[in-house]
Structures are given as C-alpha cells and as structure tokens.
Design a protein around this ligand. Structure first.
Ligand code: AMP
Length: 477
C-alpha cells in the first residue's frame, strides 16, 4: 500500500496528515498528488467523500513551500493559490482542511463568501494570504472593491465545477479566469461531466490529465434503500424509521425551502429534534444548525440541495431523500454526504407515485436498478387519512400533504456513472413482487455487503406498486 511519504510529500505536510489521522492516501489522492506535484493540469472525476480536497490541496501547498515565510509585510503574502467552490459551506470546509494541512507551514489561508459582511474580510485580506478559498460572487465583489489582487496566482482550483455551472456561475468564472496570470497550474474537479463541463475544462485547462476514481476503488460505500410510500405517509414513515431504527444523526433532503421548514417544524412537534437549512436562512442560522448537527446535539437536519452542498460530516451514517430530486445528478451529490472516506453509510429514498419517473432517471444515471423495499404499515397504495376522519379533516390533511411540483432545472443527462455501491442488502429484499406486500421489514444498522453491481433485476416497476392498495396493518406516527 502506498504511503503519503512515497507520494513525495514534504515532512511538514506529512506531520500535519499524521496529526489528522490520515494513515494512507485514498485512490484519488494516490493518483492526483504525484501529477500535481509536477505541476500538470488535472481534470478530476470525483465526488465529495473521496478525499479530493487533500488531493488538490496537498500538492498545492507543497508547491507553495518556497514562498512560505513569517514576514509581517503584506507584500510577502500575495494570493498565490485560488480555490473556487460553489457554496459557502464547501468553501468553509475546504479552508478548514487547508488550514489543518498547513499547520506546520507559515502559509496563510482565508475563506471569503457572500451573505456576511464584506468588511470583516477586508482587514484580513489586507494583511496578506497565500491561499484564498472563495465563492465566485464574493470574490468578484472584492475584485471590484480593489480589496484583493489576483496577479500573482499560480494555481487555480475549481471544486465541484458541475455545481458551479448549475448555480449559474459560468459568467463569474469567465471573468475571474480572465484576471489570472496565463502561466498557472489548473485543477478542476467535478462529480459529473455534462457537455458544459467539458467545454469549461477545454477553455481553462491546459492539456490536462484526466483522473477518475475507479467505480469500486472509491472510498465511498453507500448502501441505497428505496421505500415506495404514499406521499401522504412520508412524514409518518420518516418518523417511524428514525424511531424504530434509532437513527441518531440524519440528514434529510427536501425539494423546496417551504417543505424544508415545514418538515423540520413537524418533526419537532413529534418530539424529534430537527432544524432546517436552506437558502433563505442567514449564514449564522446555517452555521448554528450545522454545528449542532455535527456535534450530535441536533438529531435531524432538514436541508435543500443548495444548502447541503459540500457538507462534510465525519461518518454521517444516514441520508434520507424525503423528496426525490428532479435532477438525477443531485441524487449522487446528496448521497455523497454519507459513506465518506471509507465509512459505511446508508441513503434512504422515500418515493411516492409521482416521483417514480425521477427514480428511473436516477437508476439510468447510476447504471443500476434500485430495488424497492416496502415497510409494513406504509404500503405505497395507502394514505393515512383514516376512513372515519371527518371530511374537513381529510381535505385539510390532503391539502397540507399535496406534493409540490416544482420545475425541473434541466434534463438529467447520461453521464459517467458515479462510484456507488448499490441498493439494499439482499437479505432485506422480498423474494417476489407479491412478497413485497407481506415480508417483514428488518432494519439493519450495519448493511450487509451489497450484491454484484451489474446483476439485472427482474421486478415489478416501482410505479406499479402504487396501483395495488393494501390495507396497512398498523398506522404509526
Ligand atoms: P473530501 O472528499 O475531500 O471532502 O474528504 C472527505 C473526508 O475524508 C474528509 O473528512 C477528510 O478529512 C477525510 N479524508 C480525506 N483524505 C483522507 C485520508 N487519506 N485518510 C482518512 N481520511 C481522509
């Protein structure tokens, strides 16, 4: 097994890795570090959780070692490396990692992002920093204010480039790249490679080496479980799963900010400590919720895709797709929050009838079918509004629970299948489609090894399960 020392990293960097408890390089690190140390451009196909931050940050730091100094003059600390990320959360995490990696090296780093006062960032920029981690919009604010100079940047990293394009940062990226010296090293990482990403890579990278984490060599080990359920029963099923499986730290994705707030409120009412993060929350609120979640004092964090992007939580065991994403690539990003750096994780998707088409897109993208597991008491054809409920009660409940139809951002594209393990453990799966309706659900805290990735499953389409109403045996909340 290769060691970090064998990859050619300097002793001060090795010491920091030792402090952090990194014993051996992950596959992406093993491939990227030697190439990046030589100064070649890199195009990396890797999702979060594979160790890609260290893959680009360690060689970047090593190449800055000759410039490391303890001088006080700002002129001795120009910005030499620029790392761009799509979200503040990811920017914060990347900079935290960079800081930890250069613990024993006198190189300075800073993170700048929008949504907070620019004035607190300016004094630190004035003192000089070698490594700047930034979201594109705030970086351009600083450029406009003349509070930073980019003319000495010798390394550019674009992290989660696909998400930057999704979020409309293309014009900002072009403006930023135009401000950088032509002579520089470029590294670009993306989980997916649609046409626009390839075009962006062509325009920025110079004869790059393409590095892809092999499908099964990845650090990501995510077991994927799909529970078909009537849309009105989703909240009850989520509550049931959290309680019966005693899930202690769950990241739950919803499709809208409204749904996110509402679900967090409802879970709290049901006695499950939950908070919401989405784009309308202030940065302080987001950081507070995230910190509580990381510390384990908040049991359920309900999030939208944008807010959760890049969240890095050591050994996050469970991710729940309360609403399936309409864009299949978002599914890959979501479930990449768990199973990070070799720790096993489980991604649970609650799929209602109207979402089965999105499930198909997801299966196409990841290149493997996801076999449904029905949870007894939550059979897909059955709503939870009891027949004896009064008409106003039923109408109110149905209006409250109606699934929200939001526009598809863009069509899901057929791209290189991401590195994921597949589906629920076999032992948990019903043998036949009839058995789907009477097999006991056996929750597993530690999922068994999933079966071979390419096995073709013959099964009833998930959509068909919604057409056979079955009376629930129990109705738990
Ligand atoms: P990333 O994909 O860069 O977001 O990294 C995911 C997680 O893996 C982070 O918590 C890192 O600190 C951790 N990590 C990265 N590289 C290693 C390594 N070689 N050994 C152990 N943990 C690592």
């Amino acid at each position: 097994m290769t060691t970090f020392a064998e990859l050619g990293l300097a002793p001060d960097i090795l010491r920091a890795l030792d402090d952090m408890g990194y014993a051996t390089p992950t596959p992406i690190q093993e491939q990227v570090i030697p190439l990046a140390l030589q100064g070649g451009d890199i195009l990396g196909a890797a999702q979060t959780g594979t160790g890609k931050t260290a893959a680009f940050a360690l060689p970047l730091l090593q190449r800055l070692l000759p410039f490391a100094n303890t001088g006080t003059s700002p002129a001795k600390h120009p910005i030499r490396a620029l790392i761009l990320t799509p979200t503040r959360e990811l920017a914060i995490q990347v900079e935290e990692s960079v800081k930890a990696y250069c613990k024993h090296i006198p190189l300075r780093s800073l993170v700048v992002y929008g949504g907070v006062s620019i004035n607190t960032q300016i004094p630190i920029l004035k003192t000089g920093v070698e490594i700047l981690v930034a979201t594109p919009g705030r970086l351009l604010d600083h450029v406009q204010n003349k509070t930073l100079m980019l003319n000495q940047v010798n390394t550019l990293v674009l992290d989660e480039a696909d998400r930057m394009l999704d979020m409309g940062f293309m014009p900002d990226l072009k403006r930023i790249v135009a401000l950088l010296p032509a002579q520089r090293v470029n590294m670009m990482f993306s989980a997916t490679f649609p046409e626009e990403i390839r075009k962006l890579a062509d325009s920025i990278l110079n004869n790059p080496t393409f590095i892809e984490v092999a499908r099964n060599a990845t650090a990501v080990t995510v077991t994927q479980v799909v529970h078909p359920v009537h849309h009105e029963r989703k909240r009850a099923l989520l509550t049931h799963l959290i309680k019966t499986r005693d899930l202690k730290q769950v990241l739950v994705f919803t499709g809208t900010k409204l749904g996110c707030n509402r679900l967090a409120n409802e879970l709290n009412k049901l006695g499950l400590h939950a908070d919401a993060i989405h784009g309308d929350k202030t940065q302080q609120e987001r950081i507070k919720a995230l910190d509580a979640f990381k510390a384990g004092t908040l049991r359920v964090l309900v999030a939208t895709d944008v807010a959760a992007r890049g969240i890095d939580i050591e050994a996050l065991p469970f991710v729940v797709n309360y609403d399936l994403p309409h864009n299949a690539e978002d599914y890959v990003h979501r479930i990449g929050r768990t199973g990070r750096a070799g720790v096993k994780g489980e991604a649970i998707s609650l799929v209602s009838e109207s979402e089965t088409r999105y499930l198909k897109d997801i299966e196409k993208l990841i290149g493997t079918p996801l076999e449904p597991t029905i949870v007894p008491g939550f059979e897909p054809g059955v709503a939870d509004v009891p027949a004896y409920a009064s008409r106003p009660q039923r109408i109110e409940r149905q209006a409250e629970e109606r699934p929200i139809e939001y526009p598809v951002e863009r069509p899901a594209e057929q791209v290189a299948a991401p590195a994921l393990e597949r589906s629920a453990p076999r032992a948990q799966r019903p043998a036949s489609r009839d058995a789907l309706f009477d097999s006991p659900y056996v929750p597993s805290a530690a999922p068994a090894t999933p079966p071979a990735a390419n096995r073709q499953l013959s099964r009833k389409p998930v959509a068909a399960l919604f057409r056979s109403p079955v009376k629930p045996e129990s109705s738990e909340q």
